[in-house]
Design a protein around this ligand. Sequence first.
Ligand code: NAP
Length: 471
Amino acid sequence: MDMTQKAEIGLIGLGVMGSNLALNIAEKGHRIAVFNRTTARLGPFMREAGALADRIVPCETIEALAEAIRPPRPIIVMVQAGAAVDEQIRHLKPVLSRNDIIIDAGNANFHDTRRRFAELEGSGLTFIGMGVSGGEEGARHGPSIMVGGTSESYDRIEPTLTAISAKYEGEACSAWLGPDGAGHFVKTIHNGIEYADMQMIAEIYGMLRDGLGMQAKEIGAVFARWNEGRLNSFLIEITAKVLAADDPQTGRPVVDVILDRAGQKGTGKWSAIEAQTLGVPATAIEAAVAARVISSMKTERLAAEAAYGPATAGRVSKDIVDDLELALFAGKIAAYAQGFAVMAAASKEFGWNLPMPTIAKIWRAGCIIRSQFLGRIAEAFDRDSGVANLLMAPDFVAMMKEASPALRRVVAVSAEAGLPAPALSSALAYFDGYRQGRGTSNLIQAQRDFFGAHGFERIDADGAHHGPWSG
Ligand code: NAP
């Protein structure tokens, strides 16, 4: 093949994300070579590509893929996370040459990314771990892209990533965030925050549906109204649309025929695990993960409802509706504060020097948690990137002072009514714990010293002390 005809970039994995990403890359004028394990996928993909097919080279083997790309080759691997990525790297290694870059764009666990990075060190090949958010639509028309690896390797693919990424007021939502696992870590926390956001929205939906007895379409209208205000975001927008949609088979609102059992692929759980490992409370994210687990226990839940009786729902006053909007906003502030605190701790632990304002900026468009609110977070970090916790940024203090009383009322009402609000209530508990100058752990310390002689600090003297316990 003539060098000028060779592709600039390659992509392995023509699933939902890979095929859309490939079309996005071709549309931005880049010649791309593609390969998929199941080669039968190539034909339909090329037909789907339409006029863009001119810039796409379909390859039946990994060898052909390598041959079709101009060295040094950047190759995006967009396959199922886990063993499939290692398998593709194994196949790629013998056909690649010095300075080629393998870019894992799936939702990898950042520990795997660090391992792969280390394994490829010294091989002449470079590894990049790249988080991509935005689902199918984002991949096709502009995702948010979070890159981890060496800055030199990022510089080589930066023009392509900038071209294909979402834009927020002209700024590309793609950035190099740090070495090795930094990009995949940030993507994981993005998803953890997404879990919390979605769970809190679902809890508010529960208050409207079960507490106030509202129908799906009425609830959708409430979310549509909220989307015009401070809650303006992709997730609120799609919630309104989802609630307005009818099921073609039954004519009923589609949400009413969907089984209440949520799936999960791991990024929420990983966020919670990493938060725990780093010693950072991320209670809203943990609650959201646990809520998905409880949702999966459908048979047990039905049996428990029969044993205990249903919630005393339907007794909630309509006055709560305005509080719900503010409560959701307060819960969101707490959840994002937790997510950013986890990233700050990981940045320290792994020496990544994560750029917090940049992270908030590249999440303003393209990704699933995109919102106006992220603009406020970016401004707060721009003013003070070292702020200990988002809850301490001056603008957020003001916002939380305004919104937290509503969160308190909503959590109280949901508890009274027996309607579960695990993410909202844990967000409130986190806030209350965080802003309590004198907590109650003096008692915990006393208990620990009593049964385990662990010692305690005193408020009036340095050093370790023991209590006057006996018996
Ligand atoms: P998908 O539609 O299920 O496609 C999976 C792709 O992985 C297919 O091309 C499949 O090839 C390939 N694959 C699976 N096992 C393989 C193996 N052992 N060796 C080689 N190829 C293998 O998945 P997707 O939604 O595009 O997701 C791809 C990655 O992006 C995942 O890491 C996912 O978590 C991440 N992601 C997804 C989304 C989303 O909204 N869907 C958003 C962000 C990130 P075959 O055709 O041969 O099966």
